[in-house]
Each structure stands twice: as structure tokens, then as C-alpha cells.
Write a protein that binds this ligand. Structure first.
Ligand code: ZN
Length: 246
């Protein structure tokens, strides 16, 4: 009996050791677009729709001010936000919809938690998250997505290689505009208004009750006032690190 217990204990220990040996540090890739040839500069605005609802303050401001944006949507969000999807599809010149996964599960192929969210945990689960996100977009009649951004925007290097093999580029960013939509309006405005030529901004469009959304609008209007041009990822040469785009 004691021998069996020791044996089980050894199995548990070696499994834990194997898991920690496999778990390479996670990466949070950056992304920049090619700077403008002339003028005040250009930036790419990317907005995540993780789950939840639609921040109509942001959506209306984009439509009214003709600001193009790349929206990273999940399967969950698409299901619950038909009215917002309708508005985006009515303005194909402004909105590019890309893949934020089927169920908003981090694209990390070892079991762990990132910002309190459980990772996919295996290569198969990363694959399912990426493919179900693309399938959800296809069901809405959208063109096939070319970009993927995983939940939390953190990845294991092996997951990055796998997603690239599926044919997606991975969308990092260079300016964290709203700190996961948890920042105040003032700080969000300040961060977004500080964007420079070639920057890729990340913020959220799914938290209508958060103060950050007001800051997103004010920051974008400040950039527009400076004469900054906005481009979508499909109109720009995005270059990321950690093998995310090349
Ligand atoms: Zn998200």
C-alpha cells in the first residue's frame, strides 16, 4: 500500500515537472503599422468585443466622425449584439471585423490563469478557440478573418506558431488605450491622444457602463483634431514581433 502511494506521488511529481518544463514564458506581442509618407501621421484603432454588450458611445462616435476601426469580435459577442453588428455591416468602409476567438479563452496551450482567466490549456483547445471564432464570423456573412487576437492578448510561443500555421496574423498593439477598459476617462483620453504615427491602439467596445469608453471617444476626437489619419489593419502593413506577422 505504502509502495503504491509513493508510486502515485512520483507520477504526480513528474507530471508537474513536465508541465513546468513545457511552460515557456508568455509573450504580449507588439504591432506597429507603416508610418505615413506625409501629413500628421496615421494610427490603427483596434477595439475588442470580448463578450458583454456594445458601447454605443464609441460606435456612434466612429460612425459620426467616419473613423475606421478594426473590431475584434468573439462568437459570444456576435450572438448577443446583432444590432451593433448590423450597424457595422452597414458601414463596410469603416468597420473591419476580425477574430477574437469563439469563447474568449486565452490562446495559451498549457493550463494556467492569465488575469484570472483560464487558458485554453492544450494545443487542441487553442485550435478550437481560433477556428470557432472564424466560423462565427463566417456565419454572420463577414469575409474570412485575416487577423486573430486572443483573449488577454497574451500567448505561448507555441500557440503563436500554431495560429500562424492556420493562416492568421496575430494582432498585438503598441498603445494600451484603456487598460482592459478599467481606466478612468481622463487617463484613457490621455493615452489615446498621445498616439504617434505608426501606433496601433487597443481599447474595448463592449463595456458601455465603464468610464473608459468616454475616454476612448475623447482621445479619438483629439487625434482627429490633430489631423491624424485612421487606418484599418487590412489597409496597413502591420509588423509585429515574436513571429506574429512574418
Ligand atoms: Zn478580449
Amino acid at each position: 500500500m505504502r509502495l503504491l502511494q509513493r508510486h502515485l506521488c512520483m507520477i504526480a511529481m513528474s507530471a508537474a515537472m513536465a508541465a513546468s518544463a513545457q511552460a515557456a514564458p508568455l509573450v504580449e506581442p507588439t504591432l506597429h503599422i507603416k508610418p505615413a509618407a506625409s501629413g500628421a501621421g496615421r494610427v490603427a484603432l483596434t477595439l475588442d468585443a470580448c463578450g458583454g454588450q456594445t458601447d454605443t458611445r464609441i460606435l456612434s462616435a466612429l460612425v459620426e466622425n467616419k473613423i475606421p476601426a478594426t473590431i475584434f469580435v468573439t462568437g459570444i459577442w456576435l450572438k448577443r449584439n446583432a444590432a451593433a453588428v448590423e450597424i457595422m455591416r452597414a458601414h463596410p468602409d469603416l468597420f473591419e471585423l476580425e477574430n477574437h476567438g469563439g469563447r474568449h479563452i486565452p490562446a495559451v496551450d498549457t493550463p494556467q490563469k492569465i488575469y484570472g482567466i483560464k487558458s485554453a490549456g492544450s494545443p487542441e483547445a487553442v485550435l478550437a478557440e481560433v477556428e470557432s471564432g472564424a466560423a462565427a464570423l463566417a456565419r454572420t456573412g463577414e469575409p474570412a478573418p485575416k487577423w486573430f487576437r486572443g483573449a488577454t492578448a497574451e500567448y505561448s510561443p507555441s500557440a503563436i506558431a500554431m495560429i500562424r500555421k492556420l493562416g492568421f496574423k496575430i494582432a498585438g498593439f503598441s498603445i494600451n488605450g484603456d487598460g482592459g477598459s478599467l481606466l478612468g476617462a481622463k487617463e484613457t483620453t490621455r493615452r489615446i491622444a498621445a498616439a504617434k504615427d505608426g501606433d496601433v491602439i487597443i481599447a474595448h467596445i463592449n463595456q458601455p457602463t465603464h468610464a473608459a469608453g468616454e475616454g476612448v471617444v475623447q482621445g479619438l476626437l483629439a487625434l482627429k483634431d490633430k489631423g491624424m489619419t485612421f487606418v484599418r489593419l487590412d489597409d496597413a502593413d502591420g509588423t509585429g514581433n515574436h513571429g506574429t506577422t512574418d
